[in-house]
Write a protein that binds this ligand. Structure first.
Ligand SMILES: [Cu+2]
Length: 608
C-alpha cells in the first residue's frame, strides 16, 4: 500500500517539483530565450507544406482585398475609402507601466486602465507600497515585495499599485453592473479564484480562491443578459460554470463535450471566443467550430458550420468580435448579429513545431457569419497581412481595428517571429473585398501577452508583450513595459474639425431599456443632418491573449436630430436605448456621438 501511495502520489509530485524548479531557475530564461537559428521552414522552403496553400484553393466566397475602385463611394458618411484617407498615428505615452500589461481593461467612471500580469514571477518593475510584501513560504520566510497589478491613469500616465494574493496568470475578466472588475481563474492558487476590484479610492482586490468548481487557466468569461457571468473552458477544463454570488462556491460545473471534441494535441481551443448573441444564446467558437449555447437551458441549440482554413484559438491564437449591432427606433423581432473571426494558424501543430524552431506563417483570412440566420454560413475574406495573437478592437464608429501580434508562429514562450507592426482597419459596411485598409505601423513589437484598450477619447491604448518566462530584457523580444496610444484615422487633423462635443451636464448617466433619451451636442458644422450622425454605445473589453471579452458596440436607433441653436452650434439628438439585456447587458457603456465618421469624446452611461 505504501508503495502504491509512493508511486501514485509522491513520485509525480517530485517530478512536478523538479520540473518547476528547473523552469523557475534564472538561467532557464536564457534557455527559453536564446536566439534560435532558422528552422527548415525558412531554410528549405516549407518542406511541411505551405500554410498559405489554402489561399490558392478555390473556395466559395473567397475574396481578397481588392484595389480601391476609382470612384470609391463609401456606404456611410465617413472618409473610409476616400482618396488620401488618413492612416492614423502613434504616441509613446509611458516607458514604464510597472507591470507588463498581459491583461487590460478600462474601468468606468475613474477612467483608469487596470493592467496586470501574474504573481508567479515574483518580479515586476514596481514594488508594493510602504514596504508591503506577500509571504510566500512560512518555513523559509520567502517574500514577494513586487506589485503585479496597477491602475494606469490615462490622463497623467501615473500608476497606482494594487496587491494581488492569487495568481492571475492567463486569467479572464469582465465588468459588473456597477462597473467593478470581476476576474476569474489563473494559475495554481488562482485557478479557482473569483476576484473583485471596486473603483473607489484606496480600494484593493478581494479574492475568493475556492469560488469556482474547476480550474480555469486560459478560460473565457462572458457577460449574460442579466449582468451575471459564465466562465467557459480552460486547460483540461471541458466544462463551463456561472460565477456564484460573492463569497459563495460552485459545487460543480457543467460538462461541455464541445470543448473535448475541439481539443487536439496542441489544444488550439483555449480562450474560446464567446459572444452573447441578440437572442440570448451564447456563440462559442473553439478551434475551427462553433455552437450556440442557451445559458438558461444549458443546451446546445445549434451547431454552426466549421470555419475552414485552420485553427483560431490559443495557442493558434486568432481574433474575434461580435460586429456592431445595428438598432432602429423600432426593431424587428430578430436583431441580426454577426461574428468576425480572423487569423490564427493554418497548422494544427504550430505550437509543437515552434518548439522545434519552425515558425509557420499565420493565417491571413477571416470568416464572417450571421449567427441569427436560419442557415448561417461563413463568408471568407482576406486581411492585408497574416496575423496571430492580434487584438481586434471595435472603434466608436463601428469600424474594427486589428493590431498587435505576429506574422509567424503562435502563442508560447518565444514561439513567434516577425511582429506584425501594422494595424489594419476593417469597415464592416463596405462591400466584400473592399473592407480592409492598412494603417500606420508602430515600431514596438507587441506579440504574446500584449493588450489593447479603447479609450474615451477614441484613441487606443496599446501595452504589454512578454514572450518570456519572467521579466527578461536580454531576449530577442524583451519584456515590454512601454505604453503607446494609437490615434485612428478619425483623429487626423484633416477631419478632426468634424468632431462633435457631447454637452456633459445634459447627457444621461443612467438609462433603461427601450427608452427615448436626449443628447445635446456642440458642433462646428453649420448644419448637422440625421444621416451624418451615429450614436453608439461601447462596452469596455477585457483584453488578454488576443481575446477581448465582453466587447460590444451598439449603433442606436435615432428618432431625430434638431438644431437647437444655430448660432452656438447646439443640436439635440433623440435616440432610443437598446431593447433588452440580450442586446445590451446591464452595466456601463461609453456613449459616443459620431459625426461624419468622427466620434466625440465619450460620456459614461449605465444601463440599469
Ligand atoms: Cu499566457
Amino acid at each position: 500500500m505504501a508503495n502504491v501511495f509512493r508511486s501514485l502520489v509522491i513520485l509525480p509530485l517530485l517530478f512536478v517539483a523538479s520540473y518547476a524548479q528547473f523552469w523557475l531557475r534564472p538561467d532557464a530564461y536564457e534557455f527559453f530565450n536564446k536566439k534560435k537559428i532558422l528552422g527548415p521552414h525558412e531554410l528549405f522552403n516549407n518542406p511541411f507544406g505551405d500554410a498559405q496553400d489554402y489561399l490558392r484553393k478555390k473556395i466559395d466566397n473567397d475574396f481578397g482585398t481588392q484595389p480601391l475602385p476609382k470612384s470609391a463611394n463609401p456606404s456611410h458618411p465617413s472618409f473610409f475609402g476616400l482618396p488620401n484617407e488618413p492612416k492614423g498615428s502613434w504616441e509613446l505615452v509611458s516607458v514604464n507601466s510597472g507591470v507588463s500589461a498581459m491583461h487590460a481593461i478600462l474601468l468606468p467612471k475613474v477612467d483608469k486602465v487596470l493592467m496586470y500580469d501574474a504573481t508567479i514571477w515574483k518580479k515586476s518593475e514596481i514594488r508594493l507600497p510602504a514596504g508591503h510584501c506577500r509571504l510566500l513560504n512560512k518555513t523559509t520566510g520567502e517574500k514577494d515585495c513586487f506589485c503585479h497589478s496597477v491602475l494606469f491613469d490615462i490622463a497623467t500616465t501615473a500608476i497606482t499599485p494594487l496587491q494581488l494574493h492569487t495568481d492571475t496568470w492567463c486569467s479572464s475578466g469582465g465588468l459588473s453592473i456597477d462597473g467593478n472588475l470581476v476576474g476569474t481563474g489563473g494559475f495554481q492558487g488562482g485557478a479557482k479564484t473569483v476576484r473583485y476590484l471596486e473603483t473607489c479610492k484606496g480600494c484593493n482586490w478581494r479574492e475568493f480562491p475556492t469560488a469556482l468548481a474547476d480550474r480555469r487557466w486560459y478560460s473565457t468569461q462572458a457577460e449574460l443578459p442579466d449582468g451575471g457571468f459564465i466562465v467557459v473552458g480552460g486547460r483540461d477544463a471541458f466544462s463551463y460554470e456561472y460565477i456564484p454570488r460573492e463569497g459563495r462556491s460552485n459545487a460543480k460545473s457543467y460538462f461541455f463535450d464541445f470543448l473535448k471534441k475541439t481539443s487536439d494535441k496542441d489544444e488550439n481551443n483555449l480562450y474560446p471566443f464567446v459572444h452573447l448573441s441578440t437572442d440570448g444564446n451564447l456563440f462559442i467558437f473553439a478551434n475551427d467550430r462553433a455552437v450556440l449555447l442557451n445559458p438558461k437551458s444549458n443546451k446546445v441549440v445549434r451547431e454552426l458550420p466549421a470555419l475552414p482554413g485552420g485553427h483560431r484559438n490559443y495557442p493558434a491564437t486568432g481574433m474575434s468580435v461580435l460586429l456592431p449591432i445595428k438598432l432602429h427606433s423600432k426593431n424587428n423581432r430578430v436583431i441580426p448579429a454577426e461574428v468576425l473571426v480572423c487569423g490564427g494558424s493554418g497548422h494544427r501543430d504550430a505550437y509543437t513545431q515552434a518548439s522545434k524552431d519552425i515558425f509557420y506563417t499565420a493565417l491571413e483570412d477571416c470568416g464572417r457569419i450571421r449567427i441569427t440566420d436560419k442557415k448561417p454560413a461563413w463568408k471568407r475574406e482576406v486581411m492585408p497581412s497574416p496575423r496571430v495573437m492580434g487584438d481586434m478592437m471595435i472603434l466608436p464608429t463601428g469600424d474594427v481595428l486589428l493590431l498587435n501580434g505576429a506574422q509567424r508562429g503562435c502563442s508560447g514562450w518565444g514561439f513567434a517571429r516577425e511582429p506584425n507592426f501594422g494595424p489594419a482597419i476593417y469597415h464592416p459596411k463596405a462591400k466584400l473585398g473592399n473592407r480592409f485598409r492598412e494603417l500606420k505601423a508602430s515600431t514596438i513589437p507587441r506579440m504574446y501577452h500584449s493588450s489593447s484598450v479603447v479609450l474615451p477619447d477614441g484613441k487606443i491604448l496599446v501595452a504589454g508583450s512578454n514572450t518570456n518566462n519572467g521579466y527578461v530584457y536580454n531576449a530577442m523580444f524583451p519584456t515590454e513595459l512601454r505604453v503607446e496610444k494609437f490615434l485612428p484615422p478619425y483623429l487626423d487633423p484633416s477631419v478632426i474639425g468634424r468632431r462633435p462635443v457631447i454637452i456633459a451636464d445634459k447627457a444621461p448617466n443612467q438609462i433603461g431599456y427601450n427608452n427615448l433619451f436626449k443628447l445635446y451636442i456642440k458642433s462646428k458644422a453649420l448644419k448637422v443632418e440625421k444621416k451624418d450622425i451615429q450614436v453608439t454605445m461601447y462596452a469596455p473589453a477585457f483584453t488578454t491573449h488576443g481575446v477581448s471579452m465582453n466587447q460590444r458596440l451598439l449603433d442606436l436607433g435615432l428618432e431625430d436630430v434638431i438644431t437647437e441653436n444655430a448660432f452656438l452650434g447646439i443640436h439635440a439628438i433623440t435616440a432610443v436605448s437598446p431593447p433588452s439585456g440580450r442586446v445590451a447587458p446591464p452595466g456601463y457603456y461609453m456613449l459616443f456621438v459620431v459625426h461624419q465618421g468622427v466620434p466625440s469624446v465619450s460620456s459614461w452611461v449605465q444601463i440599469k
